[in-house]
Design a protein around this ligand. Structure first.
Ligand SMILES: NC(=O)c1ccc[n+]([C@@H]2O[C@H](COP(=O)([O-])OP(=O)(O)OC[C@H]3O[C@@H](n4cnc5c(N)ncnc54)[C@H](O)[C@@H]3O)[C@@H](O)[C@H]2O)c1
Length: 388
Protein backbone atom coordinates (compact mmCIF):
# COMPACT_ATOMS: atom_id res chain seq x y z
CA UNK A 1 0.00 0.00 0.00
CA UNK A 2 1.24 3.49 -0.63
CA UNK A 3 0.68 6.33 1.81
CA UNK A 4 -0.54 9.77 0.92
CA UNK A 5 0.12 12.91 2.88
CA UNK A 6 -2.70 14.46 4.93
CA UNK A 7 -2.65 17.46 2.59
CA UNK A 8 -3.03 15.21 -0.47
CA UNK A 9 -5.77 13.32 1.28
CA UNK A 10 -7.69 16.50 2.09
CA UNK A 11 -7.25 17.72 -1.48
CA UNK A 12 -8.55 14.44 -2.88
CA UNK A 13 -11.46 14.38 -0.46
CA UNK A 14 -12.44 17.96 -1.24
CA UNK A 15 -12.31 17.35 -4.97
CA UNK A 16 -14.32 14.16 -4.71
CA UNK A 17 -16.98 15.78 -2.53
CA UNK A 18 -17.29 18.74 -4.87
CA UNK A 19 -17.50 16.33 -7.77
CA UNK A 20 -20.29 14.42 -6.09
CA UNK A 21 -22.39 17.55 -5.84
CA UNK A 22 -22.24 18.10 -9.58
CA UNK A 23 -21.69 14.66 -10.95
CA UNK A 24 -23.61 15.23 -14.18
CA UNK A 25 -21.41 15.01 -17.27
CA UNK A 26 -21.61 18.76 -17.91
CA UNK A 27 -20.70 19.69 -14.36
CA UNK A 28 -17.60 17.65 -14.20
CA UNK A 29 -15.16 19.44 -16.43
CA UNK A 30 -15.74 22.66 -14.50
CA UNK A 31 -15.25 21.10 -11.08
CA UNK A 32 -12.21 18.87 -11.32
CA UNK A 33 -9.37 21.33 -11.20
CA UNK A 34 -6.82 18.70 -12.16
CA UNK A 35 -9.23 17.14 -14.69
CA UNK A 36 -8.58 13.62 -13.55
CA UNK A 37 -11.24 11.09 -12.81
CA UNK A 38 -10.35 8.98 -9.79
CA UNK A 39 -10.97 5.34 -10.56
CA UNK A 40 -11.09 2.21 -8.40
CA UNK A 41 -10.81 -1.19 -10.03
CA UNK A 42 -12.31 -4.23 -8.31
CA UNK A 43 -11.30 -7.71 -9.50
CA UNK A 44 -7.57 -7.99 -10.20
CA UNK A 45 -7.66 -11.19 -12.28
CA UNK A 46 -7.04 -11.96 -15.94
CA UNK A 47 -8.91 -9.08 -17.56
CA UNK A 48 -7.32 -6.48 -15.27
CA UNK A 49 -4.16 -7.07 -17.31
CA UNK A 50 -6.01 -5.48 -20.23
CA UNK A 51 -7.90 -2.83 -18.29
CA UNK A 52 -5.06 -1.40 -16.24
CA UNK A 53 -2.77 -0.38 -19.14
CA UNK A 54 -5.80 1.26 -20.83
CA UNK A 55 -6.78 3.21 -17.71
CA UNK A 56 -3.18 4.17 -16.92
CA UNK A 57 -2.63 5.40 -20.50
CA UNK A 58 -5.20 8.16 -20.01
CA UNK A 59 -4.17 11.64 -18.91
CA UNK A 60 -7.72 12.16 -17.63
CA UNK A 61 -7.78 9.16 -15.30
CA UNK A 62 -5.99 8.29 -12.09
CA UNK A 63 -6.30 4.76 -10.71
CA UNK A 64 -6.40 5.36 -6.95
CA UNK A 65 -7.61 2.00 -5.61
CA UNK A 66 -7.31 -1.68 -6.42
CA UNK A 67 -9.37 -4.37 -4.69
CA UNK A 68 -9.59 -8.15 -4.78
CA UNK A 69 -10.85 -10.70 -2.26
CA UNK A 70 -7.69 -12.58 -3.19
CA UNK A 71 -5.83 -9.64 -1.72
CA UNK A 72 -2.40 -10.68 -3.01
CA UNK A 73 -3.71 -10.09 -6.54
CA UNK A 74 -4.48 -6.43 -5.82
CA UNK A 75 -0.99 -6.00 -4.37
CA UNK A 76 0.63 -7.83 -7.31
CA UNK A 77 -1.20 -5.78 -9.98
CA UNK A 78 -0.35 -2.55 -8.12
CA UNK A 79 3.32 -3.49 -8.38
CA UNK A 80 3.24 -5.03 -11.85
CA UNK A 81 1.68 -1.94 -13.46
CA UNK A 82 3.28 0.66 -11.19
CA UNK A 83 -0.16 1.95 -10.31
CA UNK A 84 0.70 3.55 -6.98
CA UNK A 85 -2.83 2.92 -5.72
CA UNK A 86 -4.24 1.96 -2.33
CA UNK A 87 -5.05 -1.75 -2.19
CA UNK A 88 -7.99 -3.39 -0.43
CA UNK A 89 -9.23 -6.94 0.30
CA UNK A 90 -12.94 -5.98 0.35
CA UNK A 91 -15.28 -3.50 -1.35
CA UNK A 92 -16.51 -2.12 1.99
CA UNK A 93 -12.96 -1.20 2.96
CA UNK A 94 -12.37 0.36 -0.44
CA UNK A 95 -15.56 2.43 -0.26
CA UNK A 96 -14.51 3.65 3.19
CA UNK A 97 -10.95 4.33 2.01
CA UNK A 98 -9.41 6.77 -0.45
CA UNK A 99 -12.16 8.76 -2.24
CA UNK A 100 -12.82 7.96 -5.88
CA UNK A 101 -15.35 8.82 -8.58
CA UNK A 102 -15.89 5.69 -10.68
CA UNK A 103 -15.66 1.98 -9.90
CA UNK A 104 -14.59 -0.45 -12.62
CA UNK A 105 -15.96 -3.94 -11.94
CA UNK A 106 -13.95 -6.83 -13.37
CA UNK A 107 -14.75 -9.60 -10.90
CA UNK A 108 -16.53 -12.95 -11.35
CA UNK A 109 -19.75 -12.38 -13.31
CA UNK A 110 -22.08 -13.51 -10.51
CA UNK A 111 -21.02 -10.77 -8.06
CA UNK A 112 -21.15 -7.78 -10.42
CA UNK A 113 -24.70 -6.93 -9.34
CA UNK A 114 -24.02 -6.73 -5.61
CA UNK A 115 -20.75 -4.83 -6.08
CA UNK A 116 -22.22 -2.38 -8.60
CA UNK A 117 -25.13 -1.74 -6.21
CA UNK A 118 -22.81 -0.98 -3.30
CA UNK A 119 -20.76 1.42 -5.41
CA UNK A 120 -23.83 3.27 -6.74
CA UNK A 121 -25.27 3.50 -3.22
CA UNK A 122 -21.96 5.03 -2.13
CA UNK A 123 -22.23 7.68 -4.86
CA UNK A 124 -19.79 6.26 -7.42
CA UNK A 125 -20.19 6.06 -11.19
CA UNK A 126 -19.80 2.46 -12.38
CA UNK A 127 -18.36 0.73 -15.43
CA UNK A 128 -19.13 -2.97 -15.20
CA UNK A 129 -17.84 -5.94 -17.13
CA UNK A 130 -20.68 -8.05 -18.45
CA UNK A 131 -23.21 -8.77 -17.14
CA UNK A 132 -24.12 -5.56 -15.28
CA UNK A 133 -26.45 -7.58 -13.03
CA UNK A 134 -27.77 -11.13 -12.70
CA UNK A 135 -31.12 -10.28 -14.31
CA UNK A 136 -32.60 -7.60 -16.54
CA UNK A 137 -34.93 -6.44 -13.74
CA UNK A 138 -32.02 -6.06 -11.31
CA UNK A 139 -29.96 -4.22 -13.95
CA UNK A 140 -32.86 -1.85 -14.60
CA UNK A 141 -33.29 -1.09 -10.92
CA UNK A 142 -29.55 -0.39 -10.64
CA UNK A 143 -29.91 2.08 -13.52
CA UNK A 144 -32.82 3.74 -11.72
CA UNK A 145 -30.70 3.93 -8.58
CA UNK A 146 -27.88 5.53 -10.59
CA UNK A 147 -30.23 8.07 -12.18
CA UNK A 148 -31.77 8.97 -8.82
CA UNK A 149 -28.28 9.85 -7.59
CA UNK A 150 -27.21 11.65 -10.77
CA UNK A 151 -24.61 8.95 -11.41
CA UNK A 152 -23.58 7.14 -14.59
CA UNK A 153 -23.72 3.38 -14.98
CA UNK A 154 -22.33 1.57 -18.01
CA UNK A 155 -21.69 -2.02 -19.09
CA UNK A 156 -19.32 -3.88 -21.41
CA UNK A 157 -18.82 -4.71 -24.23
CA UNK A 158 -17.48 -1.75 -26.20
CA UNK A 159 -18.04 -3.19 -29.70
CA UNK A 160 -20.04 -0.15 -30.85
CA UNK A 161 -16.85 1.92 -30.57
CA UNK A 162 -15.03 0.26 -33.48
CA UNK A 163 -14.73 2.05 -36.83
CA UNK A 164 -15.94 -1.21 -38.40
CA UNK A 165 -19.19 -1.08 -36.42
CA UNK A 166 -19.67 2.55 -37.51
CA UNK A 167 -18.93 1.61 -41.14
CA UNK A 168 -21.46 -1.24 -41.11
CA UNK A 169 -24.10 0.80 -39.33
CA UNK A 170 -23.69 3.62 -41.86
CA UNK A 171 -23.85 1.21 -44.82
CA UNK A 172 -27.16 -0.15 -43.48
CA UNK A 173 -28.58 3.31 -42.75
CA UNK A 174 -27.57 4.55 -46.23
CA UNK A 175 -29.38 1.61 -47.85
CA UNK A 176 -26.24 0.09 -49.40
CA UNK A 177 -27.59 -3.41 -48.67
CA UNK A 178 -31.11 -2.63 -49.89
CA UNK A 179 -33.77 -4.00 -47.57
CA UNK A 180 -31.95 -5.78 -44.72
CA UNK A 181 -33.32 -9.26 -44.03
CA UNK A 182 -30.94 -11.45 -42.03
CA UNK A 183 -27.72 -11.51 -40.05
CA UNK A 184 -25.49 -13.92 -38.19
CA UNK A 185 -22.81 -13.67 -35.51
CA UNK A 186 -20.55 -16.31 -33.99
CA UNK A 187 -17.93 -16.37 -31.27
CA UNK A 188 -16.41 -19.23 -29.37
CA UNK A 189 -13.23 -20.83 -28.13
CA UNK A 190 -12.46 -23.85 -25.99
CA UNK A 191 -13.26 -21.99 -22.77
CA UNK A 192 -11.31 -20.27 -20.00
CA UNK A 193 -9.29 -22.66 -17.83
CA UNK A 194 -8.52 -20.34 -14.91
CA UNK A 195 -11.81 -19.71 -13.07
CA UNK A 196 -14.85 -21.86 -12.29
CA UNK A 197 -17.34 -18.97 -12.36
CA UNK A 198 -17.49 -19.07 -16.16
CA UNK A 199 -19.18 -22.50 -15.87
CA UNK A 200 -21.26 -21.98 -12.71
CA UNK A 201 -24.89 -20.80 -12.59
CA UNK A 202 -25.01 -17.17 -13.66
CA UNK A 203 -22.00 -17.71 -15.91
CA UNK A 204 -22.01 -19.40 -19.31
CA UNK A 205 -20.96 -18.73 -22.87
CA UNK A 206 -23.77 -16.23 -23.52
CA UNK A 207 -22.78 -13.59 -20.93
CA UNK A 208 -19.09 -14.22 -21.59
CA UNK A 209 -18.96 -14.55 -25.41
CA UNK A 210 -22.36 -14.33 -27.13
CA UNK A 211 -22.84 -10.93 -25.51
CA UNK A 212 -20.46 -9.37 -28.08
CA UNK A 213 -22.45 -10.60 -31.09
CA UNK A 214 -25.76 -9.72 -29.40
CA UNK A 215 -24.51 -6.17 -28.85
CA UNK A 216 -23.26 -5.95 -32.45
CA UNK A 217 -26.36 -7.38 -34.12
CA UNK A 218 -28.86 -5.36 -32.08
CA UNK A 219 -26.61 -2.32 -32.48
CA UNK A 220 -26.71 -2.76 -36.27
CA UNK A 221 -30.31 -3.98 -36.75
CA UNK A 222 -32.13 -2.37 -33.84
CA UNK A 223 -33.68 -3.75 -30.64
CA UNK A 224 -34.96 -7.34 -30.72
CA UNK A 225 -38.69 -7.90 -30.17
CA UNK A 226 -38.50 -11.60 -29.34
CA UNK A 227 -36.03 -14.44 -28.76
CA UNK A 228 -35.96 -18.21 -29.29
CA UNK A 229 -32.99 -20.28 -28.23
CA UNK A 230 -31.54 -23.72 -27.74
CA UNK A 231 -28.83 -24.07 -25.12
CA UNK A 232 -26.86 -27.10 -24.06
CA UNK A 233 -23.89 -28.40 -22.12
CA UNK A 234 -21.39 -30.27 -24.29
CA UNK A 235 -18.59 -30.74 -21.74
CA UNK A 236 -20.15 -31.75 -18.42
CA UNK A 237 -16.93 -31.60 -16.38
CA UNK A 238 -13.93 -29.32 -16.58
CA UNK A 239 -10.70 -28.77 -14.71
CA UNK A 240 -10.00 -25.17 -13.79
CA UNK A 241 -7.12 -23.55 -11.92
CA UNK A 242 -9.05 -22.11 -8.97
CA UNK A 243 -11.29 -25.10 -8.08
CA UNK A 244 -9.87 -28.17 -9.82
CA UNK A 245 -12.47 -30.55 -11.24
CA UNK A 246 -15.93 -28.95 -11.51
CA UNK A 247 -19.38 -29.77 -12.89
CA UNK A 248 -20.49 -27.40 -15.65
CA UNK A 249 -23.83 -25.79 -14.67
CA UNK A 250 -24.29 -23.00 -17.22
CA UNK A 251 -24.68 -23.48 -20.98
CA UNK A 252 -21.43 -23.96 -22.88
CA UNK A 253 -23.18 -24.15 -26.25
CA UNK A 254 -25.86 -21.72 -27.45
CA UNK A 255 -27.90 -20.92 -30.57
CA UNK A 256 -30.07 -17.83 -30.27
CA UNK A 257 -32.59 -16.45 -32.79
CA UNK A 258 -33.59 -12.79 -32.62
CA UNK A 259 -36.58 -11.08 -34.21
CA UNK A 260 -36.03 -7.38 -34.95
CA UNK A 261 -38.46 -4.81 -36.47
CA UNK A 262 -39.59 -5.06 -40.14
CA UNK A 263 -39.20 -8.82 -40.40
CA UNK A 264 -35.41 -8.74 -39.87
CA UNK A 265 -34.12 -11.96 -38.26
CA UNK A 266 -30.67 -12.59 -36.83
CA UNK A 267 -28.82 -15.45 -35.23
CA UNK A 268 -26.02 -15.75 -32.67
CA UNK A 269 -24.03 -18.88 -31.94
CA UNK A 270 -21.51 -19.05 -29.13
CA UNK A 271 -19.85 -21.63 -26.96
CA UNK A 272 -16.90 -22.94 -25.00
CA UNK A 273 -16.34 -25.94 -27.29
CA UNK A 274 -15.22 -24.18 -30.46
CA UNK A 275 -11.82 -25.13 -31.77
CA UNK A 276 -10.19 -21.99 -33.19
CA UNK A 277 -6.69 -22.14 -34.61
CA UNK A 278 -6.40 -18.41 -33.89
CA UNK A 279 -6.86 -19.05 -30.15
CA UNK A 280 -8.23 -16.60 -27.59
CA UNK A 281 -6.23 -13.73 -29.00
CA UNK A 282 -7.78 -14.07 -32.48
CA UNK A 283 -4.81 -12.34 -34.09
CA UNK A 284 -4.72 -12.23 -37.90
CA UNK A 285 -8.15 -13.77 -38.24
CA UNK A 286 -8.92 -13.39 -41.95
CA UNK A 287 -12.38 -14.99 -41.88
CA UNK A 288 -15.59 -13.22 -40.93
CA UNK A 289 -17.62 -13.71 -37.75
CA UNK A 290 -20.54 -11.37 -38.47
CA UNK A 291 -22.53 -11.20 -41.70
CA UNK A 292 -25.50 -9.10 -42.73
CA UNK A 293 -27.67 -9.76 -45.79
CA UNK A 294 -29.96 -7.40 -47.65
CA UNK A 295 -31.77 -7.44 -50.99
CA UNK A 296 -28.99 -5.50 -52.76
CA UNK A 297 -25.83 -6.44 -50.91
CA UNK A 298 -24.15 -8.26 -48.09
CA UNK A 299 -21.46 -7.39 -45.61
CA UNK A 300 -19.00 -9.41 -43.58
CA UNK A 301 -17.00 -8.25 -40.58
CA UNK A 302 -13.53 -9.76 -40.82
CA UNK A 303 -12.06 -10.90 -37.50
CA UNK A 304 -14.33 -10.49 -34.50
CA UNK A 305 -16.52 -7.60 -33.42
CA UNK A 306 -14.12 -7.15 -30.45
CA UNK A 307 -10.98 -7.63 -32.61
CA UNK A 308 -11.87 -6.11 -35.97
CA UNK A 309 -9.80 -6.49 -39.15
CA UNK A 310 -12.04 -4.90 -41.80
CA UNK A 311 -15.36 -5.24 -43.60
CA UNK A 312 -16.04 -7.03 -46.89
CA UNK A 313 -18.81 -5.31 -48.80
CA UNK A 314 -20.39 -7.14 -51.74
CA UNK A 315 -22.91 -5.02 -53.62
CA UNK A 316 -22.37 -5.70 -57.29
CA UNK A 317 -22.77 -8.62 -59.67
CA UNK A 318 -19.84 -7.35 -61.76
CA UNK A 319 -17.23 -6.20 -59.21
CA UNK A 320 -15.46 -8.60 -56.84
CA UNK A 321 -16.22 -8.08 -53.12
CA UNK A 322 -14.12 -5.31 -51.61
CA UNK A 323 -12.23 -5.39 -48.31
CA UNK A 324 -12.84 -1.96 -46.76
CA UNK A 325 -12.40 -0.16 -43.44
CA UNK A 326 -9.27 -2.05 -42.35
CA UNK A 327 -8.04 0.67 -39.95
CA UNK A 328 -8.94 0.04 -36.29
CA UNK A 329 -8.38 3.71 -35.53
CA UNK A 330 -6.96 2.81 -32.12
CA UNK A 331 -10.04 0.79 -31.11
CA UNK A 332 -9.37 -1.95 -28.56
CA UNK A 333 -12.10 -4.09 -26.96
CA UNK A 334 -10.81 -3.31 -23.47
CA UNK A 335 -11.16 0.46 -23.90
CA UNK A 336 -14.71 0.82 -22.52
CA UNK A 337 -13.91 1.94 -18.97
CA UNK A 338 -11.29 4.42 -20.19
CA UNK A 339 -13.60 5.85 -22.85
CA UNK A 340 -16.56 6.37 -20.51
CA UNK A 341 -14.23 7.73 -17.81
CA UNK A 342 -12.86 10.27 -20.28
CA UNK A 343 -16.40 11.11 -21.41
CA UNK A 344 -17.23 12.16 -17.84
CA UNK A 345 -14.24 14.49 -17.75
CA UNK A 346 -14.91 15.90 -21.23
CA UNK A 347 -18.65 16.27 -20.60
CA UNK A 348 -19.59 14.35 -23.74
CA UNK A 349 -21.92 11.40 -24.22
CA UNK A 350 -20.07 8.21 -25.29
CA UNK A 351 -21.43 5.86 -27.99
CA UNK A 352 -21.80 3.08 -25.44
CA UNK A 353 -25.32 3.14 -24.08
CA UNK A 354 -26.50 1.58 -20.84
CA UNK A 355 -29.96 0.73 -22.19
CA UNK A 356 -28.29 -1.19 -25.01
CA UNK A 357 -26.29 -3.24 -22.47
CA UNK A 358 -29.48 -3.91 -20.48
CA UNK A 359 -31.28 -4.97 -23.67
CA UNK A 360 -28.54 -7.55 -24.29
CA UNK A 361 -28.94 -8.74 -20.70
CA UNK A 362 -32.67 -9.19 -21.30
CA UNK A 363 -31.87 -11.23 -24.45
CA UNK A 364 -29.59 -13.56 -22.45
CA UNK A 365 -32.26 -14.07 -19.80
CA UNK A 366 -34.94 -14.62 -22.47
CA UNK A 367 -32.74 -17.20 -24.23
CA UNK A 368 -32.53 -19.14 -20.97
CA UNK A 369 -36.29 -18.96 -20.52
CA UNK A 370 -36.84 -20.03 -24.13
CA UNK A 371 -34.63 -23.08 -23.56
CA UNK A 372 -36.48 -23.96 -20.34
CA UNK A 373 -39.96 -23.57 -21.78
CA UNK A 374 -39.44 -24.38 -25.46
CA UNK A 375 -41.23 -21.15 -26.37
CA UNK A 376 -40.63 -17.79 -27.99
CA UNK A 377 -40.03 -15.04 -25.43
CA UNK A 378 -41.15 -11.44 -25.96
CA UNK A 379 -38.79 -8.64 -24.88
CA UNK A 380 -39.76 -5.32 -23.29
CA UNK A 381 -36.56 -3.30 -23.42
CA UNK A 382 -35.45 -0.86 -26.11
CA UNK A 383 -32.50 1.48 -26.57
CA UNK A 384 -31.81 4.58 -28.67
CA UNK A 385 -31.23 3.38 -32.23
CA UNK A 386 -29.54 3.78 -34.69
CA UNK A 387 -26.44 4.06 -32.56
CA UNK A 388 -24.14 5.58 -35.21
N1 LIG B 1 -10.22 -12.65 -19.10
C1 LIG B 1 -10.59 -12.05 -20.21
O1 LIG B 1 -9.88 -12.07 -21.23
C2 LIG B 1 -11.88 -11.30 -20.27
C3 LIG B 1 -12.17 -10.56 -21.43
C4 LIG B 1 -13.30 -9.78 -21.47
C5 LIG B 1 -14.16 -9.76 -20.40
N2 LIG B 1 -13.89 -10.51 -19.29
C6 LIG B 1 -14.84 -10.44 -18.16
O2 LIG B 1 -14.15 -9.91 -17.02
C7 LIG B 1 -14.67 -10.45 -15.81
C8 LIG B 1 -13.54 -11.10 -15.03
O3 LIG B 1 -12.95 -12.13 -15.81
P1 LIG B 1 -11.47 -12.63 -15.54
O4 LIG B 1 -11.11 -13.54 -16.66
O5 LIG B 1 -10.59 -11.47 -15.25
O6 LIG B 1 -11.70 -13.51 -14.21
P2 LIG B 1 -10.60 -13.86 -13.09
O7 LIG B 1 -11.14 -15.02 -12.37
O8 LIG B 1 -9.26 -13.96 -13.73
O9 LIG B 1 -10.61 -12.57 -12.16
C9 LIG B 1 -11.71 -12.23 -11.35
C10 LIG B 1 -11.16 -11.65 -10.06
O10 LIG B 1 -12.23 -11.11 -9.28
C11 LIG B 1 -11.95 -11.40 -7.91
N3 LIG B 1 -13.20 -11.33 -7.15
C12 LIG B 1 -14.24 -12.19 -7.15
N4 LIG B 1 -15.21 -11.78 -6.31
C13 LIG B 1 -14.78 -10.62 -5.77
C14 LIG B 1 -15.34 -9.71 -4.83
N5 LIG B 1 -16.54 -9.92 -4.28
N6 LIG B 1 -14.61 -8.63 -4.50
C15 LIG B 1 -13.40 -8.40 -5.04
N7 LIG B 1 -12.82 -9.23 -5.92
C16 LIG B 1 -13.50 -10.32 -6.29
C17 LIG B 1 -11.34 -12.77 -7.94
O11 LIG B 1 -10.63 -13.05 -6.74
C18 LIG B 1 -10.46 -12.70 -9.17
O12 LIG B 1 -9.15 -12.25 -8.86
C19 LIG B 1 -15.79 -11.41 -16.25
O13 LIG B 1 -17.01 -10.70 -16.26
C20 LIG B 1 -15.41 -11.77 -17.68
O14 LIG B 1 -16.53 -12.15 -18.45
C21 LIG B 1 -12.76 -11.26 -19.20
Amino acid sequence: MNHISRQDFLKKTALASAALLVSSLEGWAAVTADKKLKVALIGCGSVSNRYLPQLLSSKMIEVVSLCDIKYERAVAQNKQYNVNAQTYPHIDKMLAGVPFDMMVTTTDMQVHEQLNKKALEAGKHVWSEKPMANSYAAGKSLLELAKSKNLRFWGAPAVVNSPQFAFMSKAIQEGKLGKVSAAHGQYGHTGPDWSAFFYENGGGSMPDLGVYNMATLTGLLGPAKSVMAMLSIVTAERTVEDKGKIKVEAEDNAQILLEHENGVLSHVMCGFNYFDPHGHEATNQSLHSIQVYGTKGNMRLIGYDWETNGVVLDTSEKEPPQLLCTDKGGYEWQEGARVVGESIIKGVEPKINVEHALHVLEIIEAARRSQETGTRIKLQSKFPWPMV
